[in-house]
Design a protein around this ligand. Structure first.
Ligand SMILES: N[C@@H](CCC(=O)N[C@@H](CS)C(=O)NCC(=O)O)C(=O)O
Length: 304
């Protein structure tokens, strides 16, 4: 069996969430580094219009959104605590808020002149300007109302303070980590590690927890080219779907799109849908047939 492939870029917080999950799960993986903004030709072949990162691939099965990727990592490593399925409601609610409202607040609060300088240094002024234009356009089309800088900072600090009071054990919901810890980690990684904000100073339990999360590392991985990854999709067939998920749209052509931001739709035939997972069948001359997996939470499905 080939190792799972992760399409990601260094500065992407949701990619960091998945990299640390892979480290925790002890899986070795293959890395395809993609650009910080579209066009991303290999991803368009595999996942059509889906414009967010990370995406993962296992043979001819493609996983959009860190929640679907987490399900696949949980399946491969037998670590069900990484999947949202079957989690108690307080974990599900925490993940929903942290991955959306808190994440956006982290990005807004951290995105200052220092981050811009870092981007220019790591890429170029031209690239940085294109990046800003891309994200401003994405923000305008978003369904989520963005906070302004000071309110965003207040929200992030409130979240850190809430985590400090939750941390009675080593992890947020007990003595071992679950999906909630990974959701909380990547936003604070962006704020504290990438943007260098000293906001954990007064929160010793959160600081110690960050250290424990960071210690999982990224696992063993090797860089491959996008072409190699596409060849692997072409040489594989999508996994067999054993049973129906019971949704009346199964078998129909549909459009699936995130319901928050980056809402570009993906078209295909819905081959599975239950209350946790959606799977689209798509074809492309370069790779043949692929199955593209999405979480149900946070996505809309409409007949095409
Ligand atoms: N709900 C998605 C969120 C992913 C997300 O927002 N990713 C950011 C990067 S961390 C993104 O795609 N930004 C736009 C882009 O990179 O084109 C997930 O869980 O994967």
């Amino acid at each position: 069996m080939q190792d799972i492939i992760l399409y990601h870029y260094a500065m992407s917080p949701f990619s960091e969430k998945v990299r640390v999950m892979l480290g925790y799960a002890g899986l070795s993986w293959q890395s395809v580094t993609v650009k910080e903004m579209p066009p991303r030709p290999a991803l368009s072949i595999l996942a059509g219009g889906y414009r967010k990162v990370p995406v993962a691939q296992n043979g001819a099965d493609v996983f959009c959104d860190s929640r679907s990727i987490a399900d696949e990592i949980a399946r491969l490593s037998d670590k069900n605590e990484l999947s949202l399925a079957g989690q108690p409601q307080d974990v599900i609610d925490f993940v929903r808020t942290t991955d959306l409202d808190v994440f956006l607040a982290c990005v807004i609060a951290a995105s200052d002149g220092r981050m811009l300088k870092k981007l220019i240094r790591d890429t170029s002024l031209f690239h940085a300007l294109r990046f800003l234009k891309d994200r401003i356009t994405m923000g305008r089309k978003s369904r989520v109302k963005a906070l302004r800088g000071p309110q965003a900072k207040e929200k992030v600090i409130g979240h850190i303070s809430n985590m400090e009071s939750m941390l009675e054990a080593d992890f947020l919901f007990g003595n071992s980590p679950c999906i909630a810890d990974f959701s909380a980690y990547h936003g604070l990684w962006f704020v504290c590690d990438l943007a260098g904000k000293p906001w954990l100073r007064d929160y010793p339990k959160v600081q110690a927890w960050m250290g424990r999360m960071k210690a999982f590392g990224h696992g063993k991985h090797r860089e491959i080219t996008a072409d190699q990854a596409l060849d692997m999709a072409r040489n594989a067939a999508p996994r067999t779907i054993e049973a129906s998920g019971g949704d009346p749209l199964e078998g129909k052509n549909v459009e699936i799109a995130p319901d928050d931001y980056g809402r570009e739709p993906v078209n295909g035939k819905l081959v599975f849908a239950d209350n946790h997972t959606l799977i689209l069948e798509r074809s492309h001359a370069r790779v043949g047939q692929v199955h593209v997996h999405f979480p149900r939470q946070g996505f809309t499905v409409n007949a095409a």
